[in-house]
Design a protein around this ligand. Structure first.
Ligand code: ADP
Length: 222
């Protein structure tokens, strides 16, 4: 089975994806994480992608589809995988169908208000040492210190400034939101309220996935 997480930047796809990775045993594939690693390591791909990402734009369909093609060919994806941040355009959805079209698919779409996204991402900090994610929204400046897990330095992602977040939202509405129509016509498509507590969202997502697995019944799960 393939699980596709759709939703605006900051809708909590990453958190849900990590929980589902634990409960299903399917690996979570985040194109954003793969691209950020390439940028950190200064690979040719990273150097190409860095400026587009910092401005809130989209990396080219060919590049990200190539990354996904390589990743889903790995043995741990044989039974299933969770896509977080891909596809983001209709062209990417079509590329995925060409790459691995026969696999049963569930699309979980999270809906959140723009202002929730701006507040969440504006307050997001990532530990530079252990990569734990914190939210400092509402905390006084002197309380925003070191990582509570390892004492490492807290950093803001370059693309989490308010101006870039608004650009990411604009790009999402223009390029990615149309995917809902694409998937409603051809997949199991379910909407989840993204304003809820992560634990509630996880339970709702799990219920959808269980129902879908039962419905798939005797069909061999891949
Ligand atoms: P978010 O969902 O919070 O915006 P991601 O970590 O998924 O963040 O992505 C960060 C950035 O990486 C995006 O703004 C974009 O520049 C690039 N990116 C990630 N996935 C894709 C994709 N499927 N297509 C094009 N660009 C992508």
């Amino acid at each position: 089975m393939r699980i596709i997480l759709l939703g605006a930047p900051g809708s909590g796809k990453g958190t849900l994806g990590e929980r589902l990775e634990g409960s299903t045993g399917f690996p979570r594939i985040s194109t954003g994480d793969i691209l950020r690693k390439a940028v950190r390591e200064g690979t040719p791909l990273g150097r190409q992608a860095a400026a587009v990402m910092a401005a809130g734009g989209l990396v080219s369909d060919e590049i990200v589809s190539g990354l996904v093609r390589e990743r889903i060919a790995e043995p741990d994806c044989r039974k299933g995988y969770i896509l977080d941040g891909y596809p983001r355009t209709i062209a990417q959805a079509e590329a995925l169908e060409r790459l691995d079209g026969d696999r049963p698919e569930v699309v979980l779409a999270r809906e959140v208000k723009d202002e929730t996204v701006v507040a969440r991402l504006g307050g997001r900090r990532v530990c530079g040492a252990c990569a734990t994610i914190f939210n400092v929204a509402g905390r006084a400046a002197d309380q925003i210190g070191a990582c509570e897990e390892c004492g490492g330095p807290l950093q803001q992602r370059l693309d989490d400034s308010e101006a870039v977040v608004r650009e990411r939202l604009r790009v999402y509405k223009e390029a990615t939101a149309p995917l809902a129509g694409h998937y409603k016509a051809r997949s199991t498509y379910r909407t989840i309220d993204g304003e809820g507590h992560p634990e509630d969202v996880f339970r709702r997502a799990s219920a959808v996935l269980d129902a879908e697995r039962k419905a798939a019944g005797g069909r061999k799960s891949r």
